[in-house]
Design a binder for this molecule. Structure first.
Ligand code: GRF
Length: 195
């Protein structure tokens, strides 16, 4: 199976995914694409020998369809069987999602359906949650929705700040996403729960 990974920033989830696709794993990374040329993950992907591409959303300012047309063209050219969104910070509309339905997954830093959207760690702390975590789900047109493929739970500590909690969740993301991808690439959609 060929896996394309879409990023916007440092790409730590991309690295975890790419490093997991070795040996008997049924998948290999075929593309790492960023929506900005200064995404730090592009160099990390290149260092691992994974083909990279940039489709910058800014020239399309406001014309989401044009951005998604260009994005689809570049992704499709690499013939992925699976698309992984990993810290990809652009909202994707039905136009793009519909073409990859059932083959595109995303990781979100909360225990969905709680805390869709941004700022999840601060919101969980503000709400006094005893635990928090991350979710891998199939991408559907509704934001941070879609069938859940896995969840990773972490404890919230009394002295946590949004940053300390985010760091703990990110570590769990790096465990959960590769575990879900391995199963998803084998055609198994049975949800995974960690720890
Ligand atoms: C992190 O906030 C992570 O929780 C979310 O995307 C952001 C960047 O992740 N999934 P990465 O280091 O670029 O993978």
């Amino acid at each position: 199976k060929r896996v394309a990974i879409l990023i916007s920033g440092g790409g730590s989830n991309m690295v975890a995914l790419a490093q997991s696709m070795t040996g008997a794993h049924p998948a290999r990374p075929c593309l790492v694409l960023a929506n900005s040329a200064d995404a730090g993950g592009l160099q990390r992907a290149a260092d691992m020998g994974v083909p990279t591409a940039v489709v910058d959303h800014r020239p399309h300012r406001g014309d989401r369809a044009a951005f998604e047309e260009e994005l689809h063209g570049v992704v499709a050219a690499h013939r992925p069987d699976i698309v992984c969104l990993a810290g990809f910070m652009r909202v994707l509309t039905e136009g793009f999602v519909g073409r990859w339905r059932g083959r595109m997954i995303n990781i979100h830093p909360s225990l969905l359906p709680k805390y869709r959207g941004l700022g999840t760690h601060a919101r969980a702390l503000h709400a006094g949650e005893a635990e928090h975590g991350c979710t891998v789900h199939e991408v559907t047109p509704a934001l941070d929705d879609g069938p859940i493929l896995g969840q990773g739970r972490v404890p919230v500590r009394a002295d946590d700040t949004p940053d300390s909690l985010a760091a703990r969740v990110l570590e769990m993301e790096h465990r959960l996403y590769p575990a879900v991808l391995r199963r998803f690439a084998a055609g198994d959609r049975t949800p995974i729960h960690l720890p």
